[in-house]
Design a protein around this ligand. Structure first.
Ligand SMILES: Cc1cc2nc3c(=O)[nH]c(=O)nc-3n(C[C@H](O)[C@H](O)[C@H](O)COP(=O)(O)OP(=O)(O)OC[C@H]3O[C@@H](n4cnc5c(N)ncnc54)[C@H](O)[C@@H]3O)c2cc1C
Length: 394
């Protein structure tokens, strides 16, 4: 059960902390029955909205474990950062995914295997149980996600973009980077020659016999003929903050609801007005489940409490700028994903009301995203420096 506020996130984190060391490395691939003491943290929905920041999770972990004992868990937290940086450097990969998805939608309406799978009637028992679990809880264990994506692509022979879309619609942690890039990886589109094939014996072993796959699964992966060409890489340029600002607005959004912790370093300097922005429309346009939209909106509301307004359209943001005579609006950088294309409209609206919008990259992302140029192994070499400088600034 994921409750969208920081206190619940911290409680779950603290319960999990004793298991974040060697135990995690040994047990993380085993999938427990629903509600029976998980081997993983279950923190992803809170990390998605950054009700918990990656660096603070690692900091808590390092209070209880040495860096080497917790290295597997730290690596996994950093896999998220890696995928985010990778996509941030290559926005064309997300655009390509959206284009393919739009093309697929018309075809998929008449595809009987696709429709049956969505309805939990694919004929493969484990897939049908996991579809139901995904739709009911908004969460699946990582190993289940891998098996699911593999069977979807290589056994059911369904297009990977439709599977990625099903996950995005239903996962509470649904993330354009981690989700799209993981599906591409299973489909063999990410690393040349690498696909992921689910095997019945592996499923039996890691579910401790709860799933006995009787149906025949593909024994050979579908290998894409060519890898998509690597698009040019570059990080979006962000405007530097002005030296002088007097009336500052902080606009919190769903990708980093706790951005106030790092956006404002010296609160005494200026007068600060806080508000939030959340577009239910964007969620509806992307056919995202109401449960997911509600989790994201309530995460934001939990930070704003009743003290600060939450806006659902740009015009209301503009009016807030005028009413408070703001000259500067700060916001955490919006990552590539479901609403980053709307930012220009937000900027224009804020400017029309006499202020300027400055998106800011948090120190964690500023350190890591440029390192996501190649594979995770090279990226990971940046972890010790992050632990030194980002977590414990001198
Ligand atoms: C096909 C597929 C789709 C996925 N879609 C998403 C998604 O939309 N959003 C998402 O956050 N993760 C996604 N993942 C990654 C991973 O499955 C989830 O992050 C993880 O299952 C979350 O559970 P947890 O919090 O218990 O993880 P833990 O094992 O406790 O790990 C702690 C944190 O590390 C990060 N993490 C762990 N494993 C991964 C990984 N393989 N890749 C990236 N980050 C990781 C997550 O933020 C997670 O909360 C996907 C994986 C696959 C194979």
């Amino acid at each position: 059960m994921h409750i969208p506020n920081r206190q619940s996130a911290l409680e779950v984190l603290h319960q999990f902390l004793p298991n974040a060391g060697k135990k995690y490395a040994l047990r993380r691939n085993y999938v427990s029955a629903q509600g029976k003491g998980a081997n993983v943290s279950g923190l992803s929905p809170w990390i998605r909205t950054r009700l918990l920041h990656e660096w603070e999770i690692i900091e808590y972990v390092l209070h209880q474990h040495s860096a080497s004992a917790a290295s597997k868990f730290i690596d996994e937290v950093c896999w998220r950062t890696y995928w985010k940086g990778w996509l941030q450097l290559r926005p064309a990969v997300w655009e390509q995914y959206l284009t393919e998805l739009n093309q697929m939608h018309e075809v998929s309406c008449n595809d009987t295997i696709y429709q049956a799978t969505l309805a939990g009637q694919s004929g493969i028992e484990c897939i049908d149980k996991w579809t139901q679990e995904l739709q009911q809880t908004g969460y699946l264990h990582n190993h289940v996600r891998m098996w699911y994506a593999s069977i979807w692509i290589h056994t059911l022979k369904l297009p990977w973009v439709l599977g990625a879309d099903l996950f995005m619609q239903n996962l509470l942690d649904g993330d354009p980077a981690s989700n799209t890039l993981s599906w591409r990886w299973v489909a063999g589109l990410h690393t040349k020659g690498k696909t992921y094939l689910a095997r019945p014996d592996n499923i039996r072993k890691f579910t401790r016999g709860r799933f006995e796959v009787k149906e025949s699964l593909a024994t050979e992966a579908i290998i894409p003929k060519d890898l998509p060409r690597q698009p040019p890489r570059s990080l979006p340029n962000l405007d530097p903050l002005p030296d002088k600002k007097s009336r500052v607005g902080v606009l919190l959004q769903e990708d980093d609801v706790c951005a106030l912790n790092w956006l404002i370093t010296n609160q005494d300097e200026v007068e600060i007005h806080i508000a939030g922005y959340f577009s239910a429309e964007v969620y509806a346009e992307n056919r995202i489940a109401p449960m997911v939209a509600q989790f994201r909106r309530e995460s934001l509301e939990s930070v704003l409490q009743l003290e600060h307004p939450l806006f659902k359209d740009f015009e209301s943001v503009g009016n807030w700028v005028t009413t408070n005579q703001l000259d500067t609006v700060l916001m955490a950088e919006v990552p590539i994903g479901i609403w980053n294309t709307k930012i220009q409209g937000l900027k224009t609206m804020i400017e029309a009301h006499g202020a300027k919008l400055y998106m800011q990259r948090c120190p964690w992302d500023a350190h890591f995203h440029p390192l996501a140029k190649a594979g995770f192994f090279r990226f990971k070499q940046g972890i010790p420096a992050a632990l030194d400088s980002v977590i414990s600034p001198s």
